[in-house]
Design a protein around this ligand. Structure first.
Ligand SMILES: Cc1cc2nc3c(=O)[nH]c(=O)nc-3n(C[C@H](O)[C@H](O)[C@H](O)COP(=O)(O)OP(=O)(O)OC[C@H]3O[C@@H](n4cnc5c(N)ncnc54)[C@H](O)[C@@H]3O)c2cc1C
Length: 480
């Protein structure tokens, strides 16, 4: 029996039961209270491996509150070495493992039935902020990184709309936001990574060192390696944001204005929302933002030229407040634990207007509850091969970020069915899905998702995670 973990856990006064061994016969973990000679020793860890019901229940839940898969233990790593140790241990004992960032997936993507969830929140150090880059642990939240970089007049070029997400979590999926129209996804702005591969190797990779691993891990949905540290690009930050909310009478005029604005990249940030209107129907709002630092000021006339909104609202906010605009709202919503059957699809430009018109015709405001986003990005800015996008110069993201209130399983199941139908329709017009939502998918769907890249996915899986230890909750190779 390895008593080091037990002693350390007790010394730190944790109330959680510390694991000291794995019992292969009972497929369970043995705590210091009931350790038997039959258990397999867990090598010494710098952090904690816990099996208490609260920790496991947290790891069996996420922002969607739809899927619940119980892990047998949760690792709170005290070091990168702990992650290496646990991944190697999992390989030896036929266990599966997933890193969990902030658990803001909506459909069990970071969960592992009967395996070990690694909680990245205990590895959250910002190691350095230099003039053009920052080196951070995967568990760092973007909010904390942005606060640290703004203190030096710098910013990551692309922020997600909500900043309470982990660096590792968004780099595993892509990381899209209003600045993607200029800088691509967050994964396009990474200079180097340190990862633990599925077979337990701690490796550095970058565009010049182990290039294939680098390309595969970014947007790789945790399938090949666990990201433990990232070097992310920084650019000089402006101080102010001028926000243009431009309203249109119909979808076609909004998307036409978005295409015009995207074409010359006139806004620093470009998104759009479909908002249920009082009394029925929808409001169509282009959201464009110009970042600037006084004494220079945005040229409103140039920004609005050719966009012809029916009405507009222009407001001013500090740059940081703009980036952090929805944080408080999300924090307020979290305790309500509302199920979130989200769907996010990427649509080819040519199909967008018809597809979205059909979606809106059938979308009751109650089923939209939350936010519906629609905005274009230029395909050429997005370079990582495993972020699958439609074959179209301009691609629209449609994100129906709905909540079910009051919570009830009948509506959740119904909306999962709707999501599946919308996904099929998106695929039929050349669309793909952005894999952060709640769409019931099979391994065959994933094969279709990767299309011609699927052979490469299989090859890299064999190379870096041959025992399929990592991140089963995505359901890419087997149903989870
Ligand atoms: C309110 C809200 C707003 C959002 N807004 C945006 C947005 O504007 N743009 C956008 O792109 N996304 C957005 N998302 C989606 C979000 O980016 C993804 O769900 C992201 O994966 C969540 O990060 P997380 O830290 O919570 O990851 P988790 O949900 O914990 O994990 C997500 C997946 O990544 C894996 N993973 C986590 N960390 C690592 C790691 N270090 N190494 C390898 N794999 C890892 C997990 O195993 C899991 O499969 C939003 C989500 C919420 C809830």
């Amino acid at each position: 029996m390895d008593t080091r973990l037990g002693r350390r856990a007790f010394l730190t006064g944790t109330a959680a039961a510390a694991v000291v061994a794995f019992d292969p016969a009972g497929l369970g973990w043995v705590t210091s209270a009931d350790a038997s000679p039959g258990g397999i020793t867990v090598p010494g860890l710098d952090g904690e491996l816990v099996v208490d019901p609260e920790s496991r229940a947290e790891a069996a839940d996420d922002y969607g509150h739809i899927v619940h898969r119980n892990p047998v233990a949760v690792l709170r790593p005290g070091s990168v070495r702990d992650i290496v140790t646990m991944v190697r241990f999992a390989n030896t004992h036929e266990l599966q493992v997933a890193m969990r960032g902030q658990g803001h997936s909506t459909f069990g993507q970071a969960q592992v039935a009967g395996g070990v969830v690694i909680d990245s929140r205990t590895l959250a150090t910002i190691h350095r902020v230099d003039a053009d880059r920052a080196v951070v642990d995967a568990g760092v939240q973007w909010l904390d990184l942005i606060q640290a970089t703004l203190a030096q007049g710098l910013t990551p070029p692309v922020a997600t709309d909500y900043l309470g997400l982990s660096v590792g979590g968004t780099l595993s999926v892509g990381g899209i936001g209003g600045a993607t129209s200029h800088f691509g996804l967050q994964v396009d702005n990474v200079l180097a990574l340190e990862v633990v591969t599925g077979d337990g190797r701690l490796l550095r990779c970058s565009p010049t060192e182990r290039r294939e691993l680098f390309r595969t891990v970014l947007g790789g949905l945790g399938q090949f390696a666990i990201i433990v540290r990232a070097t992310v690009r920084l650019v000089p930050a402006e101080t102010n944001a001028r926000v243009f909310n431009l309203f249109y009478p119909d979808l076609a005029s909004m998307t036409a204005a978005q295409r015009t604005a995207l074409a010359d990249r006139r806004f620093s940030y470009l998104e759009g929302q479909l908002i249920p209107a009082e009394g029925g129907g929808w409001q169509y709002m282009l959201e464009g933002v110009a970042y600037y630092t006084p004494p220079s000021t945005p040229d409103d006339a140039a920004l609005l030229a050719g966009l012809d909104p029916a009405s507009s609202q222009i407001s001013e906010v500090p740059y940081f407040d703009w980036l952090n605009r929805i944080y408080a709202l999300v924090e307020q919503l979290k305790p309500l634990r509302l199920p979130g059957p989200w769907i996010n699809v990427f649509l080819p430009d040519a199909a967008t207007d018809v597809y979205v018109t059909d979606v809106l015709a059938d979308l009751a405001p109650a089923d939209a509850g939350g936010v519906v986003l629609l905005y274009p990005v230029a395909r050429e800015e997005i370079t990582r091969p495993l972020v699958m996008l439609p074959d179209s110069e301009v691609v629209f993201l449609l994100a129906i970020l709905r909540t079910v209130s009051p919570p009830n399983d009948a509506d959740v199941q119904r909306l999962l069915g709707v999501n599946r139908a919308l996904y099929d329709e998106a695929r039929a017009v050349g669309g793909t899905h952005y894999p952060v939502g709640a769409i019931p998918l099979t391994p065959a769907d994933w094969r279709a998702h990767y299309g011609p890249r699927y052979a490469e996915v299989l090859l890299q899986k064999r190379r870096f995670d041959p025992n399929h230890v990592l991140t089963p909750g995505q359901g890419i190779f087997r149903n989870p």
